[in-house]
Design a protein around this ligand. Structure first.
Ligand code: GLC
Ligand code: CA
Length: 520
């Protein structure tokens, strides 16, 4: 396990929306370099940059056309190499986004694969043997190629699935995983990884990491074996490199060799009950104030045991072998600020930043950047509203770009209470300063870092507070607007850090409304 991970706090950057350095309205690599000092000042010591490779952008860059080339709208490979160096000078590690399951339909491999004549790339993607026969239980496209056959999709129509073979082929056209052409796909994947690692990148966030082997992949054992092979390569040749998966099944992902796996928002799972439990509400419901059962909503309809029911068994299985990553959000989820107020966000982030594993902060979440209701941009659909430009200052385009307003990748928030770094940096107790304080504390206290022990002290169905132990520290979380009692064995400890008014704790030994305490 690379040691740097044990104290990593990640910052996720959606490159097109972070900082535009050349006035074309689109964020770029040089813009990221300009803001490394800012990232450093937050206390974040690692970055994940969403795909910045050549792409037709039908899915925000997750449709890669050339894995080894930075898309010109972001700059050049040389700029990215410079970013690695500048980040390293500041003690910041950089993960790129690896998309192993599919390419863009415009990738040269696919252009070859769709040809009628057999060639080196014929089996690089998964094709049936007739355009009139699709595939069971797999999305496919027919009638689009000179080649007679349907090709399998991994996500959108523009994203044909790469062929890693089938664990148990059931049709003639399904190749076994050890077929030379499927092994060639694996080797191509490793070659891409080596390319960036050799140029100074520190690893990858891996997109849809669970999706490689199709058909009946018992307990994902086929897919797991591919990643084990990748991990062996890393351990041997790049022992400091890290891979973090989008899998959302930490025990499986860690068994596959990932250093950490994201706990992600999937409808109804434990993580989704924390911050965004309005999913079953219709839009009208929500606007009419339907009950939001998120644990971090102050109304107090939440229930931490729903989160723990998933999290604790996972923690038991991965502890000592790998990590889990809790995130404030990402480019696929509505920002928490959609439903949580700045006060609610402070407590939610305090929880994320004091849990074990490797936390991630999505750009803009540190100021509570708002989710905007916007039309689809580059395949974002309802995700588009979480991908708007970072808001730095009160100046033109909120300091994101000096270009014309109508060239901006997406609009900035022009409402009078729009959050900006400039405003919040000056305000004591702002969300931004709270995030900074929490990260500083995490760096100071080993107990709070990835490997610090974790134990639940008090968690009752539909009750507050939630109390857990990290090493010798006790952490108590009361997101509700009611006071809450504290068990006797936790009382009378010294407060190391607090959100909310602490008099009630000192005088009555209770948790104040909307509060968070770290006790020594
Ligand atoms: C992942 C990405 C998402 C993308 C999809 C297809 O879920 O996070 O943005 O659309 O994979 O690559
Ligand atoms: Ca630009």
């Amino acid at each position: 396990m690379p040691e740097w991970l044990s104290n990593a706090v990640f910052y996720q950057i959606y490159p097109q929306s972070f900082k535009d350095s050349n006035e074309d309205g689109i964020g770029d690599i040089n813009g990221i370099i300009e803001k490394l000092d800012y990232i450093n000042s937050l206390g974040c010591n690692a970055l994940w940059i969403n795909p910045c490779f050549e792409s037709p952008f039908k899915d925000g860059g997750y449709d890669v056309k050339d894995y080894k080339k930075v898309d010109p709208r972001y700059g050049s490979n040389t700029d990215l190499y410079r970013l690695f160096g500048e980040a390293h000078n500041r003690g910041i590690h950089v993960l790129l986004d690896l998309v192993p399951g599919h390419t863009s339909e415009e990738h040269p491999w696919f252009k070859e694969s769709r040809k009628a004549q057999k060639n080196k790339y014929t089996n690089r993607y998964i094709w049936t043997d007739s355009c009139f026969h699709g595939a069971d239980h797999m999305p496919f496209v027919a009638g689009e190629s000179q080649r007679d056959g349907c090709y399998i999709l991994n996500f959108f129509k523009c994203q044909p699935a790469l062929n890693y073979g089938f664990l148990h082929p059931t049709e003639k056209w399904q190749l076994p995983m050890d077929h030379p052409d499927c092994i060639a796909t694996r080797e191509a994947l490793k070659d891409v990884m080596r390319f960036w690692l050799d140029h100074g990148c520190d690893g990858f966030r891996v997109d849809m990491a669970h999706s490689l082997v199709k058909g009946d992949d018992e307990n994902k054992s086929g897919t797991v074996s591919i990643w084990r092979e990748v991990r062996e390569m890393l351990d041997k040749d790049y022992p400091e490199a890290v891979i973090i998966s989008e899998w959302s099944n930490p025990p499986q992902a860690v068994a596959a060799g990932f250093h950490s796996d994201f706990c992600l928002h999937m409808e109804g799972n434990g993580y989704s009950t924390l911050f965004r439990d309005y999913q079953n509400h219709t839009e009208t419901d929500r606007k009419a104030g339907g009950i939001d059962r998120s644990f971090f909503k102050k109304d107090g309809h939440g229930d931490i045991t729903r989160f723990l029911a998933d999290y604790l068994p996972w923690y038991e299985k991965v502890n000592g072998k790998g990590y889990m990553s809790l995130t404030t959000g990402n480019h696929d989820t509505e920002r928490m600020s959609y439903t949580l107020s700045q006060d609610e966000l402070k407590i939610a982030y305090a929880f994320i930043l004091t849990m074990p594993g490797v936390p991630f902060l999505y750009y803009g979440d540190e100021i509570g950047l708002k989710y905007q209701e916007l039309a689809n941009k580059e395949g974002g659909y309802n995700r588009t509203g979480s991908r708007t430009p970072m808001q730095w200052t009160e100046e033109k385009n909120k300091g994101f770009s000096d270009g014309c307003e109508d060239t901006l990748y997406l609009p900035v928030d022009l409402s009078p209470d729009a959050p900006t770094v400039e405003k919040q940096a000056k305000t004591q107790g702002s969300l931004l300063n709270t995030v900074k304080d929490l990260i500083t504390l995490r760096h100071e206290k080993k107990d709070l870092q990835a490997d610090g022990s974790f134990e639940v002290v008090y968690a009752e169905k539909e009750k507050f507070p939630f109390i857990y132990k990290r090493g010798n520290l006790i952490i108590a979380v009361n997101p509700s607007e009611e006071q809450a009692g504290i068990p006797n064995d936790v009382k009378n400890r010294k407060i190391l850090y607090a959100i909310g008014k602490t008099e009630i704790y000192h005088h009555e030994g209770k948790m104040p409304p909307q509060s968070f305490l770290i006790l020594e």
